[in-house]
Design a protein around this ligand. Structure first.
Ligand SMILES: [Zn+2]
Length: 474
């Protein structure tokens, strides 16, 4: 009798979830018909229609409060004279989120630049294959790769900015590169594991401080006596432990992303970091955190329309008189008085020619617009993957246990009301036999048991990423 009741309940659950999926699918179809969505237009569309709204939501990311903040290293009060900008995710790999409230100028220039350089070198080959834009000179690191000729012979090659610097055949003989004779083999990643881990820890630390976590809690990454980041932090590489996660990770997205989730599970505080939609880790920040926190960040990496259409945007931002200046300054939260003071202090501006002030305001406005054009809602990324899952295939599975497992996970990781992925559980917790576990903790156990499956997963993710890279033929 109990067995039959259980079967009925399970069948009911499947039916309910299935209906829910059909409703979602119908909505999606209606939406597509309405909007006539084509994948290639997706990027343009979200930029054109969503710009004003996006700005409102994300401008605050670049307008943080620095007053009264102390440098985390030396403890000095940060003010206008000693402030300096720190990229939360390195500028050299396309990160646009910055903070002036972490390090003072002196500490920022002394602290961790070796770590940053070695970390970014790991990604040199990827950056080279992506159409990106940087604040400063970046992407100028040379890196090793492999060229292949028409006969299949391989050549050890050094590249810089997408161009071949040197090429050697298998016997070590120098070979001259010629157009059309050789083809690049992209997936030959030379990986400095230690540099990768150190860089990830710095990102995690920066994001936690940026999100307002007191450094006294960051006992798992930061030595508060010596004021340095630990050398052996707990870093757990991500691998999907559930069917739901596997299916989510299998779905490719239109853009590559950098994303972060800061969360606590009980007393443990973690940052989940995903770079280039591919390199995914958890960094353990604390095991004595008292509060409750959840913060997320998500951005695309590829150069977007804001950069491609710079001239048109600059035209729209053109300031002719004080009234225009006021409108632009209000819209982009620019302090005109501050702009004039900075011009006087750093550019010997005498205050005579007002057009200099106007043009400075235009440029600041464009920069703010450009930065926010990269920022995406994290749910947008998750939805893009979620909407691509082939539910029909799962429902037509003959294996009943598989279906039950998937649909119960589906229920656990999605928000019924909103019909979206639930960020309260996604990548944070996992439910097995009705017991809830911390996702990173369970993951660590599983990885210790089986290293091979992790390697296989990472290879798959790298293959997916490579499809996004387009190397220019010198
Ligand atoms: Zn300092």
């Amino acid at each position: 009798m109990r067995g039959t009741a259980k079967k009925i309940i399970i069948t009911l659950i499947i039916v309910i979830i299935w209906q829910r999926y059909l409703i979602k699918k119908k909505r999606k179809l209606d939406f597509c018909a309405e909007q006539n969505v084509e994948m290639d237009n997706l990027d343009n569309r979200s930029e054109e229609s969503g710009n004003t709204q996006l700005e409102k939501e994300t401008m605050c990311d670049f307008q943080e409060e620095t007053i009264g903040k102390k440098c985390v290293i030396c403890g000095c009060i940060i003010n206008e004279d000693n402030e300096s900008e720190e990229h939360i995710i390195h500028n050299a790999i396309g990160g646009v989120l910055k903070s002036k409230a972490i390090y003072c100028k002196k500490c920022n220039s002394e602290y961790g630049s070796d770590v940053d350089k070695a970390f970014c070198e790991n990604f040199a080959q990827i950056i080279d294959g992506l159409d990106m834009n940087f604040d400063r000179k970046a992407g100028e690191t040379s890196y090793e790769g492999v060229m292949c000729d028409k006969k299949g012979n391989l050549y050890k090659t050094r590249f810089k900015k997408g161009k071949v610097i040197s090429m050697f055949d298998s016997s070590g003989k120098y070979t001259k590169w010629e157009k059309g004779k050789y083809e690049r083999i992209p997936n030959n990643f030379k990986w400095d594991k230690k540099a990768f881990e150190n860089g990830m820890v710095k990102i995690a630390f920066n994001f936690a401080v940026y999100s307002g976590i007191d450094i006294k809690y960051l006992n798992k990454v930061f030595d508060n006596q010596k004021k340095i980041l630990f050398n052996n932090p707990v870093i757990i590489p991500f691998m999907p432990l559930t069917l739901f996660d596997s299916l989510m990770e299998e779905q490719d997205t239109y853009n590559l992303y950098h994303a972060m989730q800061l969360f606590n599970y009980k007393k443990k505080l973690y940052v989940y970091i995903e770079l280039f939609s591919t390199f995914q880790v958890y960094v353990l920040l604390s095991d004595n955190y008292d509060g409750q926190i959840y913060k997320e960040y998500c951005q695309i990496i590829n150069k977007n329309n804001c950069e491609k259409n710079r001239n048109e945007i600059m035209d729209a931002l053109k300031i002719y008189d004080y009234k225009d200046a006021d409108i632009i300054a209000t819209q982009y939260r620019i302090d005109i008085k501050q702009v004039i003071e900075d011009l006087k202090e750093y550019h010997n501006y005498d205050g005579e020619d007002i057009n200099i002030t106007f043009s400075k305001i235009e440029n600041i406005a464009y920069e703010r617009k450009r930065k926010s054009s990269y920022i995406r809602n994290y749910l947008e990324l998750l939805d893009e993957r979620y909407n691509k899952i082939n539910f029909e295939k799962i429902s037509s599975e003959k294996d009943r246990d598989y279906k039950v497992k998937f649909f119960s996970e589906f229920q656990y990781y999605t928000d019924y009301e909103k019909n979206k992925v639930c960020t309260k559980t996604y990548k944070i917790t996992i439910k097995e036999n009705n017991v809830e576990y911390s996702y990173p903790e369970l993951l660590q156990e599983k990885i210790n048991e089986n290293q091979d499956s992790f390697q296989k997963y990472r290879d798959c993710k790298i293959d997916m990423m490579i499809k996004h890279l387009q190397y220019k033929d010198n």
